[in-house]
Design a protein around this ligand. Structure first.
Ligand SMILES: [Zn+2]
Length: 253
């Protein structure tokens, strides 16, 4: 693609954002890759290299052997805690500040959208921001969980019922959080524009949301490397690096 064509596409996305009234952003793992968080579906990357995520991050693994679950998951927590938002997260937060998007629906659990300043964030896979007690429903903040782990607890426990705490993220084998899903569906249905960033749009629930927007008459714009099932439905697709592409969109606004 020529640089002129790339600029024209970014300008088109900027135009769509300006012309819409109820735009929403949908993000996947690709938006956090520039922050140093690999997509675990990419084989041979870091923490997920030697384990099968379907097995270690499964609700049955948590229930049957919480110590073993946490010996893996605590590394994941500590790895994610150090990460910082990148310019793609910042651009998305800026769009909300300027009133150009209503909010962001994300499948990422890394809370980087909130750290970047996004206020309306729907986390359909939950967040590492807290753990929950499966017995009493109590919530424990991430910093307290990290304190428990660094003081030598192999499994962080609820101080009230001594039950193993569960990260407030959707593990394999678990249902998606109803409230977040209802909110994601409503935002998608009401959206006159969905900007999908850094997602191959192949994994449920994120895969179903652009279809909801399209069926309600909204438009779709994609900022994603690699093919998606929605490529032919999209008004425009930017397929370069997410940070560079969103920079170009912001410059064209
Ligand atoms: Zn409890």
């Amino acid at each position: 693609m020529t640089p002129q064509a790339a600029t024209a596409r970014a300008t088109r996305v900027a135009e769509l954002l300006r012309d819409s009234e109820r735009a929403v952003v949908l993000t996947g793992a690709g938006v956090s890759v520039p922050s140093g968080i690999p997509d675990f579906r990419t084989p041979g990357k870091g923490l997920w290299e030697k384990v099968d995520p379907m097995e270690v991050a499964h609700i049955n693994a948590f229930r049957s052997d919480p110590d073993r679950f946490w010996s893996f998951y605590s590394q994941r927590f500590v790895g994610l805690v150090e990460k910082r938002p990148n310019r793609a997260h910042e651009a998305i937060a800026e769009l909300e500040r300027r009133g150009l998007v209503r909010g962001v629906i994300t499948q990422n659990i890394d809370r980087l959208h909130r750290m970047a300043g996004s206020r309306q964030v729907v986390e359909v896979h939950g967040s590492i921001d807290r753990c929950v007690c499966p017995q009493c429903g109590g919530r424990v903040r991430l910093d307290e969980v990290l304190d428990l782990l660094s003081s030598g607890a192999s499994t962080p426990e609820c101080s009230a019922c001594i039950a193993p705490l569960k990260p407030d993220v959707v593990l394999f084998g678990e249902l998606l959080p109803e409230d977040a899903m209802a909110e994601a569906h409503a935002l998608s249905r009401e959206a006159d524009l969905m900007l999908a960033v850094g997602s191959s749009l192949e994994v449920f629930p994120v895969a179903s949301l652009p279809g909801i927007t399209l069926e309600s008459g909204g438009l779709l714009a994609l900022v994603t490397q690699g093919p998606t099932p929605y490529d032919s439905d999209a008004e425009v697709k930017l397929d370069g690096d997410v940070v560079a592409e969103l920079d170009a969109v912001m410059a064209a606004l």
